[in-house]
Design a protein around this ligand. Sequence first.
Ligand SMILES: [Zn+2]
Length: 417
Amino acid sequence: MPLLAEYADATAGPQAALYPFWTLQNNELWEVEGSDALALTSGGRRPSLATLNEANPLAGLPEADYDLLAKDPELAARIASSLLVRFFPDDVAAVTHAAGLSRLLAGGIDLALRPLAGEEYPDRTAIAQVYGGNGVGGITPIEDGILSVFSDDKGPYNDSRIPGTDWIAYTGDGLNGDQKLVGGNKSMSVYQAEQRALRYWHKPHGGVFTFESWVVVVQCRRRWGIGENGARRQEFVWVLAPVHSPLRETWPHEVQEALTAGDLTIHEDLDLEAEPEADVAGSRDARTPMEQYRRLTEAARRTEAKRTTRSKLTTVERFLRSAAARNAVILRSRGLCENPYCLGHPMERTDKGAPLLEVDHVNDISRGGADSPETMIALCPNCHALKTRGSGRKDLRRQLLKRARTLHQAFSEGIEL
Ligand SMILES: [Zn+2]
C-alpha cells in the first residue's frame, strides 16, 4: 500500500490502489483469497474498501506462476525489470529500491534493455521468435509491450539518416493512400506526447535486421510521397533521435532540449509538391522538364527564405524541406552523372530503374551551402567519393561548382547543352 500511495496515480483517489488489487485477479494474473465470498458494491464490479478492510484477504500470484518465478530468478528479474522500464522509466532506481528488488535486479536492469544494441536477426520472423510481436508491422510492439519501429532499406518506405545529424526520418504507417493518424501512426504520436523511448530496428541493403538503438520521437511532419501502388499520397515523417536507453537520465542534452520544446504540432511540408520519382523520368507530367525545373527551384528558394535559427531541429527541417532542390537537380541531370570528367558508371540504375545518383551540395551544407540547385550537383557514387575524399577534391570542387552554374543557367533558360 505505501508503494501504491507513492507511485500510483494519486489523483485517482482510493480507487487507484483498489484497482490493481482487484482487477488483476479478474484478469487471473493475481489471486485474492476468498474473493468469491466478498460482497460486491451495487455496481457488482468490485468490493467496497470497507469490505476489503474487514476481510483483509491475502493476495498474490497464482501458484503455478509463483513456482515458475521462484525457480527461475533470471526470468523473474527480466519480467520485473521490463515492467520497471515500461511503466516507471523516470523512477527505475527509486522503485527498485522501494519494492525491495535491488538484490534480484543487481546489475540485471540490463535484462530489460534487451535486445542489446547490435543484436542481429536474419528476418522479422526470427525477431518474433525471440521477442514476440506480430513479425510484420512496421510500427508495432514486441512482447514487453514497448513499441518497436522497423526500417528496411529495401523498401517499401524511404527512411533515411538526416545528413549532419544522427537523427532519422522515419516514414509513417500505411502502404497506400494518404496516411492517417491511426494504428502505428497513432502509437507514435502517443509516444511523442508521453516522451517515451521506443526501439529502432534497421536492415541495410543486403544486410540483416539489427536492433540499432532506442529512440525518441522529437517531431512529426507531413509530406508528399509515393505509395506502394505508385500513386502520390500524403505521408507522415517521424523524426527519431537515438538515445542510449529508455531511462531519461541517459538522454543527450540536445534530445532533452528538443523534447522540452514540446512541439506536438504536425509540421506541414505539403507546400513543397515534391515530384514523384516516376514523374522525374518524365512519364506522367505534361509540363516540360524546364518548366518543372523552374517550379522546383522556386519551391527551394521559398524554403531557403524561411531559414532562421541554428539548432539540430533546423538541420532536420532543412533536410526534409530540401526535396524540391534535390528533385530539381535530378531532373536537370536527366539521370546522368553531372561531372563532365566522370569515369564511373553513369548509366547504372537501381532495381526500380531510378538513376544511381547522389545529389551533393558542392559547398558543404554544414558550412552554410544553400539549398539552391545552382550550387548543387548530381554525382554517381564514384564521383561523389572523389569529390568528398579524393586527393584532387579541391580542384574538382571548383570545376563542379562552375559546371552546376552552367547547367542551371542553361536549364532555366531552356537551352539544350
Ligand atoms: Zn560520375
